[in-house]
Design a binder for this molecule. Structure first.
Ligand SMILES: [Zn+2]
Length: 351
C-alpha cells in the first residue's frame, strides 16, 4: 500500500507537479502523479479482491453537512473505487458570498485515494443569480489546479422527485438557455481547459436543437450529459430514442452520458411516469438501449447521483447501480464502471 503520509505530503506540494493531459498546454496540476497513483492502487486492490470497483462520476452534497468519514467508510464497504463528490452552494452560503466551495480540498486532505477534485454544482442560486461570479470562481479553481472537472450544471432541471414530494418544487425549476451567455462560457471553459463538465438537461424536443448547436460549436468541450434516458414527461419528447443518442455519439466524439437513473419502479411524482426509460417491463434493459451501450461502450459512465438529501442511502444506490452494471454484457461492465472515467480524466487507458 502507498504510504498515506507520503501521498498527503505529495498532495500538499502545490502546485501539482505534472501537466494535466487534457489541458493541452503546459499547465501543471498539483500532485497529479501522486493522486493518480493512489487512485490506481485503490482500484487495483478492489479488482484483486475479485470485486468490481466503479468511479461515481456524479454525486453532490452540502459541504457543511456531509460526513466525510461516513462516505469514505461506505466506499470501502461497497467497493466503490472513486467518487467525484461536488459541493452545491446553498442559499445560506451564497448569501455569505461563497462562489467556490473548497470541499474537494478537504476530501483530498483526508482521503486522497478516493475523491476526484471537482468544482461546484451549477444550480440555483449560483448559476441563476450570479452566473459570472460563480463561473469566474470555478475557472479560477481550474487555473489554480484545485479541480479536474466541473459540474453538475443545471441548464434545464425540473424539481427533483424529493423536492416535488416536499412541495418545494419551484425552487429548482431551472431554465438557463444552453446557448445563452452561461452556456457559451461553460462549453468554452471546457474546450479551453480540457476539463469535462456534467450537464443536467431534461429531455424535451425543443431543447435538443440548441444543445446540438452548442456541441457542434464546441467540439472539444467534454460534456457528460447526466441521466441517460431519464425522460420525465414522455409527451414532451418524440426525438430522444436510442437511435437519436447513437446519432449524437457518432457526431460528437467528446459527448458522454452518465448512467445515474432510477430503478424500473421509480416514478417521477409530478408526471406520475416511470422516468428511467432504459428499463424494460421484465426488469432488464430495453434491448435497444442495451445495444446502444454495447455499440459505444466507451461513452457511458458509472454514476450514483447521491445528493445532499440522500447521502444516507449509499447502500441502496450502490445496489441499484450494480444491478444495472450486471445487466450489461460482461466485457463492457469494466469499461462503464471505471475505465471510461479514467480515460476521460487522464487521457489514457487504465492499465
Ligand atoms: Zn442531475
Amino acid at each position: 500500500m502507498m504510504n498515506r503520509r507520503r501521498l498527503i505530503q505529495a498532495m500538499s506540494a502545490l502546485p501539482f507537479g505534472a501537466s494535466l493531459p487534457g489541458l493541452g498546454h503546459a499547465q501543471a496540476i498539483a500532485g497529479l502523479p501522486a493522486l493518480k497513483a493512489g487512485y490506481a492502487q485503490r482500484l487495483k486492490k478492489i479488482l484483486a479482491a475479485g470485486e468490481l470497483p466503479y468511479i461515481d462520476m456524479e454525486s453532490s452534497c452540502n459541504s457543511t453537512k456531509v460526513d466525510i468519514d461516513f462516505v469514505a467508510k461506505n466506499m470501502d464497504r461497497l467497493n466503490i473505487g472513486l467518487m467525484a463528490l461536488s459541493a452545491d452552494i446553498g442559499h445560506g452560503e451564497f448569501k455569505k458570498g461563497v462562489r467556490y466551495d473548497n470541499l474537494s480540498e478537504k476530501l483530498l486532505a483526508s482521503y486522497p485515494d478516493r475523491f476526484i477534485p471537482i468544482g461546484n454544482g451549477g444550480q440555483p442560486p449560483a448559476l441563476t443569480e450570479a452566473p459570472d461570479e460563480f463561473l469566474d470562481a470555478q475557472e479560477a479553481a481550474i487555473a489554480k489546479q484545485q479541480i479536474m472537472c466541473l459540474g453538475e450544471f443545471e441548464f434545464r432541471h425540473y424539481p427533483s422527485p424529493r423536492q416535488a414530494k416536499r412541495g418545494a418544487g419551484n425552487d429548482r425549476d431551472v431554465r438557463v438557455p444552453i446557448d445563452g451567455p452561461a452556456g457559451h462560457r461553460v462549453f468554452g471553459l471546457s474546450e479551453k481547459t480540457g476539463a469535462a463538465f456534467q450537464l443536467h438537461y431534461e429531455i424535451e424536443d425543443e431543447l435538443l436543437v440548441p444543445l446540438e448547436k452548442m456541441l457542434a460549436q464546441y467540439p472539444k468541450a467534454k460534456v457528460i450529459w447526466c441521466h441517460l434516458a431519464q425522460i420525465r414527461y414522455i409527451e414532451r419528447t418524440s426525438r430522444y430514442t436510442p437511435a437519436y443518442v447513437d446519432g449524437l455519439i457518432k457526431r460528437f466524439p467528446n459527448l458522454y452520458f452518465d448512467t445515474a437513473f432510477g430503478d424500473s419502479a421509480s416514478v417521477y411524482p409530478l408526471s406520475n411516469q416511470r422516468h428511467a426509460r432504459i428499463w424494460a417491463s421484465d426488469g432488464g434493459l430495453v434491448s435497444e438501449w442495451r445495444d446502444l451501450l454495447a455499440a459505444h461502450p466507451r461513452r457511458f459512465l458509472s454514476a450514483l447521483d447521491l445528493g445532499g438529501d440522500r447521502m444516507d442511502r449509499m447502500v441502496s444506490y450502490d445496489q441499484k447501480h450494480r444491478y444495472f452494471l450486471k445487466c450489461l454484457p460482461a466485457d463492457i461492465q469494466h469499461q462503464v464502471a471505471y475505465r471510461n472515467a479514467w480515460s476521460l480524466l487522464f487521457n489514457e487507458e487504465f492499465a
